[in-house]
Ligand binder design. Structure first.
Ligand SMILES: *Cc1c(COP(=O)(O)O)cnc(C)c1O
Length: 223
């Protein structure tokens, strides 16, 4: 089987599971954006995904995203979902359309200072296990203050919340918690669900799922 056939088969399987999860929870497919996470895979794989109709791709690192976005057709929406480094903000903004991992006011102010050059959509990342400081995201208790500061000091109005389910917790419970928070703070979108848990995320209301290894295979090392 060629690499293109392999990716096509994996993608079809993921899309089938998305359809089933959506139908099971009475949702329609147009409410759910599949972001193919291409990190650690070559640009040739991303090109195959493009040829299969994928127009939303996710990356965690600035250099890699910049390189791929330059080599691929312009009508791809690039999603940045990695931890943000302050000195990379300008560069990230040169290729990323959507930021999923906003968790700092000073970063928000740097994005805002870029004016028209800033990404157009932001998600605030929530860390559902705030005792773990190696995880990106703000603590759930900080969300109201953070949204208020973003609006007042950076004039950034996020479209939604994003999270990565804690490893040792039922993902459905974590996603339900995020969905409740999203409704309470009146944001529109929910970026949640990866290869291992996107069906649970869809049933909890995800509008953006970020799926890598189920489509492209094992990355061999984490990123
Ligand atoms: C790598 C990554 C994904 C995709 O993970 P898979 O398990 O390969 O589907 C999604 N979201 C974030 C934030 C990631 O770092």
């Amino acid at each position: 089987m060629s690499r293109a056939e392999e990716i096509a088969a994996n993608l079809a399987q993921v899309q089938e599971k998305i359809s089933r999860a959506a139908a099971d929870s009475g949702r329609t497919l147009d409410e759910i954006t599949l972001i193919a996470v291409t990190k650690n895979f070559p640009v040739s794989d991303a090109q195959i995904l493009f040829d299969l109709g994928i127009r939303n791709m996710g990356e965690n690192r600035d250099e890699e995203g910049a390189r791929k976005s330059e080599q691929l057709p312009a009508d791809i929406r690039w999603h940045f979902q990695g931890q943000i480094q302050s000195r990379k903000i300008k560069s990230i903004s040169s290729w990323a359309d959507v930021i999923h991992s906003l968790d700092s006011l000073s970063h928000a102010e740097k994005f805002a200072a870029l004016g028209e050059g800033a990404p157009t959509e932001f998600f605030v990342q929530i860390n559902l296990e705030p005792e773990r400081h190696d995880r990106g995201g703000i603590a759930p208790t900080q969300i109201d203050t953070f949204l208020q500061e973003l609006a007042e000091k950076a004039e950034i109005f996020p479209i939604g919340l994003m999270t990565v389910a804690p490893i040792d917790q039922d993902p459905l419970q974590a996603f339900t918690e995020l969905a409740e928070m999203q409704r309470r703070v009146r944001l529109q979108k929910l970026s949640m669900g990866m290869s291992g848990d996107f069906e649970a995320a869809i049933s909890a209301g995800a509008t953006h799922i970020r799926v890598g290894s189920s489509i492209l295979g094992s990355r061999g090392y984490p990123a």
